[in-house]
Design a protein. Structure first.
Length: 187
């Protein structure tokens, strides 16, 4: 009888442990920003094509934020050197999906079914929309950070705390963005 109770207890505990384990892995899986590609090197060059000093500083602050994460290093291209990423702003920006605060175009090489190597990217901020909806400078920097996130390989996140949340001006780089970027560049 005692043996039976012990056996039963072990079984119950094992079930609880299993349940907890799958619960934890669900949380972990959800807390990683998805990625769509990566550059071949973690040092990536950029140039700021905006002529406005205001937008130059918005881009510069966004670059600083990604460099602080420590996964990739964005380095200003020397004059005459072709930059990997171009950062710019436009008076207005209309795409198929409507009016956007920012937009990133990119080209990539398909290395395999689940590996894309980014070869060029261009991120643009929509000045008229950002002014119309009264984005603060910090909010514009959040949008710039989001666009650079696409340019270095991240996709949209469902989490409102992620800088890669599709329609948000309030979030900056979160831990899940760092983890997502790390996994895009590992090995
Ligand atoms: Zn986006």
């Amino acid at each position: 009888m005692l043996k039976k109770i012990v056996k039963w207890t072990v079984l119950v505990i094992a079930t609880i442990v299993l349940t907890l384990t799958s619960f934890t892995s669900t949380i972990l899986a959800a807390s990683k920003t998805p990625s769509w590609g990566h550059w071949d090197d973690t040092t990536i060059t950029y140039k700021t094509a905006s002529t406005s000093s205001y937008y130059k500083s918005v881009w510069k602050n966004a670059v600083k934020r990604w460099n602080k994460v420590g996964v990739v290093q964005l380095r200003a291209a020397k004059s005459g050197e072709k930059a990997d990423i171009t950062l710019t702003s436009s008076k207005s920006l209309s795409t198929k999906s409507g009016k956007l605060a920012g937009y990133t175009n990119y080209s990539y090489l398909k290395k395999s079914d689940n590996e894309n190597e980014i070869v060029s990217a261009k991120s643009t901020l929509n000045r008229s929309l950002l002014s119309k909806y009264k984005y603060s400078k910090n909010q514009r920097t959040n949008v710039a950070t989001h666009e650079i996130g696409h340019a270095i390989g991240l996709s949209h996140s469902k989490s409102e705390d992620s800088v890669m949340y599709a329609s948000d001006r309030y979030a900056s780089i979160d831990h899940q963005d760092k983890v997502g970027l790390q996994s895009a560049y590992e090995d």
